[in-house]
Design a protein around this ligand. Sequence first.
Ligand code: NDP
Length: 452
Amino acid sequence: MSSKVAAFMEHVIAKNPGEKEFHQAVQEVVESLMPFLDKHPIYREHKVLERIVEPERLLMFRVPWVDDKGEIQVNRGFRIEMNSAIGPYKGGLRFHPTVNLGILKFLAFEQVLKNALTTLPMGGGKGGSDFDPKGKSDLEVMKFCQAFMSELFRHIGPNTDVPAGDIGVGGREIGYLFGQYKKLRNEFTGVLTGKGLKWGGSLIRPEATGYGAVYFAQEMLSTRSETLKDKVCLVSGSGNVSQYTVEKILDFGGKPVTLSDSNGYIYDEAGIDREKLKFVMDLKNVRRGRMKEYSDKYKTAVYTPIDPKMDYNPLWNHKAHCAFPSATQNEINGKDAENLIKNGVYVVSEGANMPSTPDAIKVYIDKRILYGPGKAANAGGVATSGLEMSQNSLRLSWTREEVDQRLHGIMKAIHAQCVEFGKEGNYINYANGANIAGFVKVADSMIAQGVV
Ligand code: NDP
């Protein structure tokens, strides 16, 4: 780490103690930016770095609700309104027991740069709660969502802050949140994205993050005159992003062989085909079951439970060409990255946010593989949320083909920005490219708007 980066990080760590994921995300970006900032002193003069790591507003609130047994439960709610230089705050809500301030600040910070890359006018935010929807009845989920929105509604709006889904927040939760917002405000607006198709949602929004990550991989491969056809792909997670990643890999003629959840993973050497994917979608979205059931049904698959004592994840230790980490942060460490490369992987397209640790990223870049960081590769989700906002404002619904075409065009544009800012000789450092391209758009807008 250079002395300038170290000095800046000392300031960030002292001001935000204990928020290790936030420190990690900031450091990764600042390391990319420092040589660029040295060449463009205007950003230092305007203290853009110091301003951009400080949320514009931070909300933290009590969420009390009553469970099915009549007992009072108390969760904590958050909304980080990180940066509105280029548009209203925009970013998902995460409901997961691990949620805390540091995790949401890392996600909000990444979101600012990601949203800038999408070419659409959206600022960055993130929010959520330590509520765990797993094992709760539909009624309990509804009561929690209503209690959460009973506070959040006064801080958000279609021109102020537009939340969406993330881990633990899918169509069911967005429906309950939207219903409560509408009741409290007495207005029907595009205040949330990821809505149902019959009440203001956009076609392709559920598919967008996974599809986008695969489009991005395809763009990276095209720089080497290759395609995804016949490529063996490792995919982690089994939620929204993973399911549509698998679907698009199949569309392009690739072969997905793994999926996981927080208990373990399946390796299906024969490939996860459309029929098996349909089973996974029903298992996860309707029956809300566990991945182990996949190997009970399909004998070509081997299930391996998670062993927390291991210092690597065996999912990343199979022969393959591409990896699509699509579960959660820090799911690939340095050893996993070494294993990926040893097994032939030379494309990593991140569906999840910050799934690779700094050690893993160093391995990818040292080995010169095609590495698409989350803020570029998974930006298709928020980009399509932006398209949902446009349709709501126009009071129109575009066709599936139209939205998909726009999504594909946006992923190509994001790729082109990464190439423009990330070219190092004949290697494209997509991490640097994404960080610098996103930063320049936000920073120039902040400078133009004065010290606010
Ligand atoms: P879902 O809740 O639909 O699925 C998450 C999946 O990851 C589940 O299979 C879950 O397993 C697994 N998972 C979650 N936490 C952990 C953990 N700590 N360890 C192991 N497995 C875990 O979420 P999404 O698919 O929406 O989100 C996945 C990732 O993609 C996240 O990093 C999210 O921030 C990112 N992302 C999502 C976007 C979207 O549009 N939804 C947009 C951009 C990024 P289990 O069921 O056992 O918890």
